[in-house]
Design a protein around this ligand. Structure first.
Ligand SMILES: [Zn+2]
Ligand SMILES: [Zn+2]
Length: 322
């Protein structure tokens, strides 16, 4: 059968825009990336930097170096998008990572103020006597689930409430997801979790559990941004996977307002926002609105009047596709 009519020559096909130059990942391509000399050299350099910075007591730089040593080989072996190590705005994300202790301190101060003035601790106090009656393991399980569902809704409102989106758009402005891109977040973006935190603590759930969950969500956050093509089809309903979170970052119409969970995807399943389709993964990440590329300008960006913000993410009724 002559297929020439069905399959026009390459010169006749429409030219795709080149703003996002990487091709869609091919799920059938299971071959490993080559072990280049540069990969080995960079891994060794990262190891040396990790040990040296730990030796001089610089935990932030040490943590970044350790992260690099663990993540970079994974991203070379199972990479999703063929992006070089010196990719667009890498310096911005590295700056966020280096500045993370200072940014976390700013976020913590803002969170304490926000948690206090939100009065979310008032209903928490009202609930405290009932929580005190629960057996230990029930209280622990309920505390984990309650905190995680509140984080889900806080994240969802970060996309749908324009004021919150101003801050959260910084995290979504990265056009590459990899080992370091998860650090890009405005310190006040993280502070919005404070009312949930105040409520859970005032209700009498263990502070250690909520604190450990916050740390766990940070670690899972790093893992979720890795530039790896693992699909992890069985795990994706149980815990956050890179595939799940990459779809959350996808700048594609069908992916808007999906996959808000930051630890347990059960909340997206429950509230109709779960979407991890089979087939090729996302082609594009980022936001349509203009966001500056340097860390300083990004930290000031939410406070600037920049006219129309393109990507206000109204919740779509048809967001859930299973
Ligand atoms: Zn988000
Ligand atoms: Zn993210």
């Amino acid at each position: 059968m002559d297929t020439s009519l069905l399959d026009p020559p390459a010169s006749a096909r429409p030219v795709m825009p080149t703003a996002h130059p990487w091709p869609a990942p091919d799920p059938t391509a299971r071959h490993r990336a080559p072990h280049t000399r540069r990969t080995v050299a960079l891994t060794l350099a990262g190891t040396v930097a990790a040990l040296a910075s730990i030796a001089v007591g610089n935990t932030a730089v040490g943590a970044i170096a350790v992260l690099f040593v663990i993540s970079w080989p994974l991203e070379r072996l199972w990479r999703r998008h063929p992006v070089g190590v010196r990719r667009l705005a890498l310096r911005t994300d590295l700056a966020y990572a280096v500045a993370s202790p200072a940014l976390q301190f700013v976020g913590l101060v803002a969170a304490v103020v926000l948690g206090a003035v939100s009065l979310a601790w008032l209903p928490g106090l009202a609930l405290r006597p009932a929580v005190g009656l629960l057996p230990g393991w029930v209280r622990t399980t309920a505390g984990i689930l309650l905190f995680d569902v509140l984080v889900y809704w806080t994240h969802r409102w970060s996309h749908t409430v324009p004021l919150f989106w101003r801050f959260h758009a910084i995290h979504h402005s990265t056009r590459h997801l990899d080992w370091v891109s998860g650090f890009r977040a405005h310190p006040l973006d993280g502070a919005f979790i404070a009312p949930a935190f105040a409520f859970v603590l005032a209700a009498g759930f263990d502070a250690e559990i909520t604190g450990a969950l916050a740390v766990l969500q940070f670690v899972v956050g790093i893992w979720a941004h890795l530039n790896v093509r693992w699909r992890l089809r069985k795990l994706r309903f149980l815990v956050l996977t890179p595939d799940f979170h990459h779809w959350h970052h996808a700048n594609e119409p069908e992916a808007i307002n999906t996959n808000f969970s930051t630890l347990l995807p059960v909340w997206d399943l429950l509230f109709g926002t779960f979407r991890v389709p089979d087939g090729p993964g996302p082609r594009r990440y980022g936001v349509d609105e203009p966001v500056p590329t340097s860390i300083g300008a990004q930290l000031l960006h939410p406070f600037r009047r920049t006219g129309r913000r393109v990507r206000r993410r109204g919740v779509r009724a048809d967001a859930a596709t299973g």
